[in-house]
Ligand binder design. Sequence first.
Ligand code: FES
Length: 72
Amino acid sequence: MIVCVCHRISDWTIARAAQSGMPFDDVQRAYGVATQCGKCETCARAVWAAGSPAQPVSVATVTGATVVLLPA
Ligand code: FES
């Protein structure tokens, strides 16, 4: 699923970055997530948090959509 429409960044890309230990600020710098219109920020942060090693959650619900993060 595309999370950031402005930069065409998927939940998979954000989750993989989070799983690698990339802080959200670095995800923004690397991919431009939530740096244009900003409408994706809440969803992007939720996907990132779910994929972050500090919060090992395998399933997250984001504004009505279920995001399933698969193990690396
Ligand atoms: S949808 Fe991500 S910055 Fe616009």
